[in-house]
Design a protein around this ligand. Structure first.
Ligand code: HEC
Length: 321
């Protein structure tokens, strides 16, 4: 049995053996979980019946698959969604045929259709159109795959080797706090593996369309590409001079005190800084500029103009911002 198939359903997820059958792909599997997470979509205890049920998971033999039907019923209660589901799936004839698997398979189909992007100038260049990159972008590409060593982690067609590293990005906010931590802190990959060697490691992110997706780092610590690149080149120094205002958080008085507790905790800071896996590299400001120019060549032609785009309204009537 492979490690990823320990629950007999080919995926190693927090749902363990309760993962439903009939999920189309890993994107659909992923879509199941934000629905039931306090810090993502479920909200705070006491606010609604979904987080109420989630907080009981693990007690009295209650499993996470008890929560999904409650979410499914919310969709079933909206006639416009029922019609859309009937039109989209052959195996849905009436409202009770709609299952959580249809919901997350739809989300996955949307994400894959809307956000897969392989039409960047960099792709054209690799396909033989040598004039499509500017001379500065070519200099940046040579640094990326050469002296700057970026491609030792950001490799392959998505520009990630899918591995985990600690870069010592300044920490703030709730992150993925574990229930027994004394305050909000995010130990990264270790949340999943419980292996001390994985402390503060995060997955190398893909870089397609990266110039459209500021801010940068797993928590958005840097507002610019230049800032996050400089961090890679000298993480300890950059972590030390980082200022909370760079995070540019929306005003929320009741969170402000706790958001930066971790950043001002000397011992936690020492642990973070001693976990760093990347070697400092010296690059000139010009070279950093070339790298930024190269990263812009990873923007798909349709990057900002997606096939479906943002709807004006959704069947639930929830506000769109
Ligand atoms: C040791 C592996 C490694 C190397 C080498 C590396 N990176 Fe990264 N990169 C990462 C990881 C891991 C993150 C995410 C860190 C986090 O959020 O905690 C990251 C984040 C980024 C981001 C932010 C992306 C986003 O969406 O937030 C950019 C941009 C980036 N790297 C560009 C570069 C460039 C340019 C270089 C070369 C100068 C480089 N990286 C070298 C591992 C690496």
């Amino acid at each position: 049995m492979t490690k990823s198939n320990i629950f007999g359903n080919n995926f190693n997820t927090p749902a363990q053996e309760a993962l439903p059958k009939g999920l189309d792909n890993i994107v659909a599997v992923q879509a199941l979980f934000p629905l039931t997470r306090q810090f993502e979509m479920a909200g705070n205890p006491g606010e609604n019946e979904i987080i109420g049920l989630v907080s009981k998971v693990g007690k009295d033999s209650m499993r996470i698959d008890a929560v999904w039907p409650v979410i499914t019923n919310r969709i079933r209660a909206i006639p416009e969604y029922v019609e859309l589901f009937k039109n989209s799936f052959d195996d849905i004839d009436n409202v009770f045929d709609i299952k959580i698997t249809h919901i997350v398979n739809s989300i996955a189909a949307f994400q894959i259709h809307e956000w897969t992007s392989f039409d960047s100038p960099f792709d054209d260049y690799l396909n033989g159109d040598k004039n499509v990159l500017s001379s500065n972008q070519i200099k940046g590409m040579e640094l990326f795959y050469g002296k700057a060593n970026c491609s030792s982690c950001h490799s392959g067609s998505l520009l990630t080797n899918q591995k985990f590293y600690s870069l010592g990005i300044p920490q703030f906010g709730p992150g993925r706090t574990r229930s027994f931590d004394p305050y909000a802190r995010d130990v990264g990959r270790m949340v999943e593996t419980d292996d001390l060697n994985d402390m503060y490691k995060f997955k190398t992110p893909a870089l397609r369309n990266v110039s459209l997706t500021a801010p940068y780092g797993h928590n958005g610590a840097y507002p610019t590409l230049e800032g996050i690149i400089k961090h890679h080149l000298n993480p300890k120094e950059m972590n030390k001079i980082w200022k909370p205002k760079l995070a540019n958080l929306p005003k929320a008085k009741w969170l402000e005190d706790i958001d930066f507790v971790i950043f001002s905790d000397k011992r936690e800071q020492e642990r973070i800084l001693s976990s760093i896996d990347i070697k400092p590299i010296k690059l000139s400001d010009k070279e950093i500029y070339y790298l930024v120019e190269f990263l812009k060549s990873l923007t798909g032609k349709s990057g900002n103009n997606r096939p479906l785009g943002k709807p004006n309204k959704v069947p639930s009537g929830l506000l769109i911002d």
